[in-house]
Design a protein. Structure first.
Ligand code: CDP
Length: 209
């Protein structure tokens, strides 16, 4: 068992998933996309007709659903991979993610998933370095201009990306913020390889000391 963690946080479209996946692949580590977990719970609520504003009902749903993120995202055995980035989910996910009961269940699961790996894990989200793994081996905060982030998010559009950023950064429970000591990388105009290289270099300099 290895409990080495690289925690990558940042706003929508900052490059977290792409960078985290590539870093995990280079290191031979596991990869966990925590945004997919919040999106999957949101898909299930919309499909069951649960009111996403009902904190107790959503907390109960988050506590009891069966979730998997790899190789495809499933919730209660249903493959929701192709629904994760649809407009209804983009609209509701930040409401679901602001619910402390939902977060509690997701954070518990995230720690269990990483704890069960035989390798290190690259985990990406909004609160990974601040709340989920405050003792991570390496903490990374990715940013990029709103224009570039919206371009990367394609169909979602700049207004929706900006609205999610605002909701995620201003919520009371586990808002998106830079962790103390995080390596901050602005990915605007940067190639994926450059960013991945920087993360791996930083990990090596930490672990060789
Ligand atoms: O890929 P993108 O950055 O656009 O979003 P995502 O990582 O799939 O996350 C979707 C939403 O889930 C975010 O807008 C947050 O509201 C929420 N989230 C969160 O609150 N905490 C996390 N650790 C990950 C995602």
């Amino acid at each position: 068992m290895s409990h080495e963690i690289i925690a990558i946080d940042g706003p929508a479209g900052s490059g977290k998933s792409t960078v985290a996946k590539a870093v995990a692949e280079q290191l031979g580590w596991a990869f966990l996309d925590t945004g997919a977990m919040y999106r999957a719970v949101t898909c299930e609520a919309l499909s069951q007709g649960v009111d996403v504003h009902d904190q107790r009902a959503m907390g109960e749903l988050a506590r009891t659903v069966t979730l998997a993120t790899l190789p495809r995202v499933t919730v209660n055995g249903r493959d929701v991979q192709d629904e994760l980035r649809t407009e209804p989910v983009n609209l509701a996910v930040s409401i679901v993610a602001a619910n402390p009961l939902v977060r509690e269940s997701m954070v518990t699961r995230q720690r269990e998933i990483a704890g069960a790996q035989s390798t290190g894990t690259v985990v990406e989200g909004r609160d990974i370095a601040t709340v989920v793994f405050p003792h991570a081996t390496l903490k990374v905060f990715l940013t990029a201009s709103l224009e570039e982030r919206s371009r990367r998010r394609g169909e979602e559009g700049v207004d929706s990306v900006a609205r999610r950023d605002e909701a995620d950064s201003t919520r009371t429970t586990s808002p998106l913020r830079q962790a103390d000591g995080a390596l901050v990388l602005d990915t605007t105009g940067q190639s994926i390889d450059d960013v991945v290289g920087e993360v791996i270099r930083c990990l090596k300099s930490i672990t060789s000391n």
